[in-house]
Design a protein around this ligand. Structure first.
Ligand code: FAD
Ligand code: PHB
Length: 392
């Protein structure tokens, strides 16, 4: 077996891995992306939906924003709904910015297409990926393809393989410190063939639990319900999901939640997680491989993109000048944003979910929502974090 040589070996073809590969390509730096799943699986996996303005800008600058510009839904606000009433947070007025609702799987399709059109190498269905010798100047990645073992020799490894990937656990013990919080609830999410019932996202706080109304297109609604952390979907026939959503999202006589066939349903657990540092030797962790946020702030994908933007700049500096100054500061630069986003995601989660057992919390949360929607300063703080803090 003759090893293949590349400059950067990237593990994972999620948003982090694909954005990194494309950014590097635009700087003339070669990479190979190894992905354990099939192309179809990656392109159909339903996950995030909200893009910060900085993510949108970057995708446009990278030349992969054409379809997003045509099909993405630009939103200038969100609604917070509680005590049966809606309150709009006006992003345009408060920040001058907007977010774009465009499915993560659509971003993935656009990136895969752009990489392949530029002869980029993505190896799908790579089995048994192993990262090796990243504490030396000659890292290696071993994997199998249809049972045949292959090897890549590279200068750097980017661990973009998500929370359950192999890169983070391959770092020797004692190097990383993990910070974690696991929440005692999860989200039951559905994708429904129904026109969205409101032009903007609705985050609802209700005595029966949190609910979220989002969308993917003018014909497809995405909805979530707070549920148990390991809720069994068997306990949730479609009719029960709709009746629960109707109750939690209720917002006055004129408002009605449109229903339709459920195309997909799933349960997601909620956690906050960070490892420090995000690098060891010549391996750099990016995106969910290094940190997880609960989805309430809609930040995971955006944070993954922010990481690899920093990494691509560091690698560019290395290949153009030989300096590792920026690469050496990769963790420090990324972690500053990571912790600010962790704080925001934790805060949105605590604010909007029902915490069992203490009625004090319910009154406190209602008071906070009341303050948030009646104080410009408080609304502005939410808005500037939601649309996305400026990129470093
Ligand atoms: P991933 O997307 O997880 O990509 C990692 C890739 O690595 C995967 O393709 C995986 O198959 C591959 N891989 C794993 N192990 C290996 C291996 N051993 N070898 C090779 N390949 C491997 N974020 C937002 O910003 N906005 C939202 O609105 C939002 N909503 C969400 C809703 C839900 C229900 C969920 C679950 C998540 C949501 N997120 C949201 C989070 C967002 O989806 C993730 O943060 C994002 O996918 C992280 O990108 P990534 O590239 O780091 O990791
Ligand atoms: C989504 O549309 O999937 C979505 C929107 C907002 C969130 C989380 C998920 O906070």
């Amino acid at each position: 077996m003759k090893p293949t040589r590349t400059q950067v070996g990237i593990v994972g073809a999620g948003p982090a891995g694909l954005v990194l590969s494309h950014l590097l390509h635009r700087e003339g730096i070669e990479s190979i992306v190894l992905e354990s799943k099939s192309r179809q699986y990656c392109e159909e996996r339903i996950r995030a939906g909200v893009l910060e303005w900085g993510t949108v800008d970057l995708l446009n600058q990278m030349g992969v924003g054409e379809r997003m510009k045509r099909e993405g839904l630009v939103h200038y606000g969100i609604e917070l709904r509680f005590a049966g009433r809606g309150h709009r947070i006006d992003f345009k007025d408060l920040t001058g910015r907007a977010i774009t609702v465009y499915g993560q799987h659509e971003v993935i399709k656009d990136l895969i297409q752009a990489r392949l059109a530029d002869q980029g190498q993505i190896v799908f269905e790579a089995e048994d990926v192993r990262v090796q010798a990243f504490d030396t100047p000659r890292p290696k990645i071993q994997y199998a393809l249809s049972g045949n073992v292959q090897e890549i020799h590279c200068d750097f490894i980017a661990g973009c393989d998500g929370f359950h990937g192999v890169c983070r656990p391959s770092i020797p013990s004692g190097i990383l410190t993990a910070y974690e919080r696991i929440y005692p609830f999860g989200w039951l999410g559905i994708l429904a063939e129904a026109a969205p019932s409101s032009e903007e996202l609705i985050y609802a706080y209700h005595e029966r639990g949190f609910a979220l109304h989002s969308m993917r297109s003018p014909k497809i609604t995405r909805l979530y319900l707070q549920c148990g952390p390991e809720e069994d979907l068997a306990n949730w026939p479609d009719a029960k999901i709709w009746s629960e959503l109707q109750r939690r999202l209720a917002g006055g006589k004129e408002w009605k939640l449109n229903e339709g066939p459920i195309l997909q349903k799933g349960v997601t657990g909620m956690r906050s997680f960070v490892v420090e540092p995000m690098q060891y030797g010549r391996m750099f962790l990016a995106g969910d491989a290094a940190h997880i946020v609960p989805p309430t702030g809609a930040k995971g994908l955006n944070l993954a993109v922010a990481d690899v933007r920093v990494l691509a700049r560091g690698l560019k500096e290395f290949y153009f000048s030989g300096s590792t100054a920026l690469l050496d500061r990769y963790s420090e630069i990324c972690l500053r944003r990571v912790w600010r986003v962790q704080r925001f995601s934790w805060w949105m989660t605590s604010l909007l979910h029902r915490h069992e057992g203490n009625p004090f919390d319910d009154r406190r949360q209602l008071a906070e929502l009341d303050y948030l929607t009646s104080s410009r300063a408080a609304s502005q703080s939410l808005a500037e974090n939601y649309v996305g803090l400026p990129l470093d």
